[in-house]
Design a protein. Structure first.
Length: 266
């Protein structure tokens, strides 16, 4: 299947380097609308939807292939090969940060740098590690999604977005969740929330920025700090913001942190 159709790829800008952006769970490429104008003069901007999300070809969703994040990582490498032009900077939100990690670990020569927005390598608390949830929390979350996905979306999306002073953002995320095929969303949620890629962090060899919100329901600041310590030579930018989507709720601060990282000497 042609990548353009499978992943609903859109390319904007004509910079000498390429920035590839990947959205998080329940979202699509429209979530990057504030970042694209800030970087399109400098980069060739490649936006796409993960298979099963947004305008992707839902018929391409294979529960075996996408039973781990490695299936999405393989897709990302294909997209970089097909659409990359010059050095490639990957920007991944939430679960896509780990997808990018797996892709860049497997093919580091294809990536110049990666920016992780609200990443989590493991959502479940484990001994001295704080992921933000107990296993019982995750099981309850997945059971609730399985029983009433639309109800779960309406309750959780505004809490995940944060930005209580801008309820329209919570409504946008709710609508995005509700547009997702429920069966695919439930499967993707299980793959996401039960994943554990802590062991992959130390394998990273490319420059990495962790963009962390000070108050994030999904990825607490301890998670961002853990990832920062685990990835050799990584940078951590802490944004004073409530929520899991700083590219929507705090775009100016996110852009400033990204620009500072990209301008830093290597």
């Amino acid at each position: 299947m042609h990548l353009q159709t499978r992943n609903n790829i859109n390319i904007l800008g004509d910079g000498e380097a390429t920035m590839v952006l990947a959205h998080g769970f329940g979202c699509d490429q429209s979530m990057w609308r504030h970042l694209v104008p800030a970087f399109r003069d400098q980069f060739r901007m490649v936006l796409f939807d993960l298979v099963g999300s947004g305008g992707s070809d839902l018929s391409a969703y294979d529960k075996t292939k996408y039973g781990t994040l490695h299936g999405y990582a393989d897709d990302l490498v294909e997209i970089v090969d097909h659409c990359g032009n010059g050095p490639v900077v990957f920007v991944g939100h939430s679960v896509s940060a780990m997808i990018g990690l797996l892709a860049s670990n497997g093919a580091p020569h294809k990536f110049a740098a990666q920016i992780m927005v609200g990443p989590s390598a493991c959502y479940i608390d484990d001994a001295d590690y704080r992921g933000g949830f107990s296993r019982e929390d995750i099981d309850d979350l997945l059971d609730t999604m399985a029983g009433n996905f639309l109800g779960w979306s309406s309750t959780m999306a505004p809490a995940i977005m944060g930005a209580p002073d801008r309820p329209a953002l919570g409504e946008e995320l709710t609508n995005s969740f509700c547009r997702t095929d429920p069966d695919i969303a439930k499967h993707f949620a299980r793959v996401t929330f039960l994943s554990d890629h802590r062991a992959d962090l130390a394998k990273a060899t490319i420059p990495t920025l962790i963009l962390q919100c000070s108050d994030d329901l999904i990825a607490p600041r301890e998670v961002g700090e853990f990832i920062h310590r685990a990835i050799p030579g990584s940078a951590l930018a802490m944004i004073e913001n409530t929520g899991h989507c700083p590219h929507l709720s705090a775009p100016a601060a996110s852009i400033d942190a990204m620009r500072a990282f990209l301008a830093a000497p290597r």
